[in-house]
Design a protein around this ligand. Structure first.
Ligand SMILES: [Zn+2]
Length: 319
């Protein structure tokens, strides 16, 4: 198997069951809020602590942010207490450094002022406490679904009216071959089944199994056909970037689903990129019908109309 190491199909490891993901949500770009006090003598409710840790990690050390960054775990331990005091010292001096953050008071106001909201806080080695990462990514699954549905409609239209200059030909170049069209339609149909299930067959990579495979996501080849939980689509830390761009999230998910619903041994990595990229243009029809990024790019254009090459598409040609 040839690959650039960015999104290999997962090794055939036995999955050990659902991770214990707590239901904590990323604060997002709006102001961080807490319900009760956090810090020295505070109520320290897990979600509040989580939000404060997240916010503090977005503050540069020169502005009183913690260095190294805090582990975002919702637990108010000595490091979090120190980080709160250090932040208060920086901005309010000794008088304001009581180690406690109260709702709507000066420390949280200053925190929201000093946060760099486009900075992703450091995540713990295990993503077990970052259920929001998965939730953030999965927000875009209705969009991914509409892309897959548009792809199916476009393939069906090509079957009914002939290939002509259809979008199918642009991406797959199968010359209107019915077997190919049926194959592509079947694959997208299986993707709908993946998206139909509540968890979309996704889980966080809590064991860092995917380290060195992909920073965003990876899937077990044919995982869809395995008993439940034997294979799932694993979402990793890098999915956070995709979560801010719905087309990106859909692209990632469709790419992974292409591995996930594959019945043969074809890994579906013949080229990566946008359809106009050189490596993608060189693919033969027998490769495009397996190529993960071909499915992703086609579905996006079927849904959105013709698109310029998105900046987040990674280009790799395989030989
Ligand atoms: Zn892949």
């Amino acid at each position: 198997m040839m690959d650039d190491g960015n999104c290999k199909v997962a090794p055939a490891k036995t999955f050990s069951g659902s991770p214990a993901v707590v239901d904590q949500r990323r604060p997002g770009n709006e102001d961080i809020k807490i319900v009760k006090s956090v810090g020295q003598g505070g109520a320290n409710q897990a979600q509040d602590v989580f939000n404060i840790q997240y916010g503090l990690d977005q503050v540069a050390p020169i502005d009183g942010g913690p260095s190294p960054q805090l582990k975002i775990d919702g637990l108010c331990g000595p490091k979090t207490l120190k980080a709160i005091r250090d932040f208060q010292m920086k901005h309010f001096g000794w008088q304001g450094a009581d180690g406690r953050i109260d709702p709507d008071k000066q420390t949280i106001k200053m925190l929201n002022l000093k946060r760099n909201r486009n900075t992703m806080p450091h995540l713990p080695p295990s993503l077990a406490t970052t259920g929001w990462l998965l939730a953030d990514f999965l927000r875009h699954m209705p969009h991914a679904r509409s892309c897959v549905q548009a792809a199916i409609s476009t393939v069906q239209s090509a079957k009914a009216h002939g290939p002509g200059t259809s979008l199918v030909e642009k991406h797959y170049r199968i010359g209107g071959a019915l077997a190919g069209l049926n194959r592509i339609e079947e694959v997208y149909g299986l993707m709908l089944k993946v998206l139909d299930r509540a968890d979309h067959y996704t889980t966080l990579d809590t064991t860092d199994e995917g380290e060195g495979i992909s920073s965003v996501a990876f899937a077990r080849l044919g995982g869809f056909f395995l008993p439940d939980n034997a294979g799932k689509i694993k979402i990793r830390e890098g999915a956070w970037v995709a979560s801010n761009i719905e087309d990106f999230a859909a692209f990632v998910m469709i790419h992974e689903m292409r591995h996930f619903v594959e019945r043969s041994s074809d890994v579906g990595h013949h080229a990566k990129g946008w359809v106009t990229d050189e490596g993608m243009q060189k693919l033969r029809p027998d490769q495009t019908v397996f190529n993960c990024d071909t499915y992703a790019g086609f579905a996006l254009e079927a849904r959105n109309g013709e698109m310029q090459r998105p900046g987040w598409v990674k280009t790799t040609a395989f030989r």
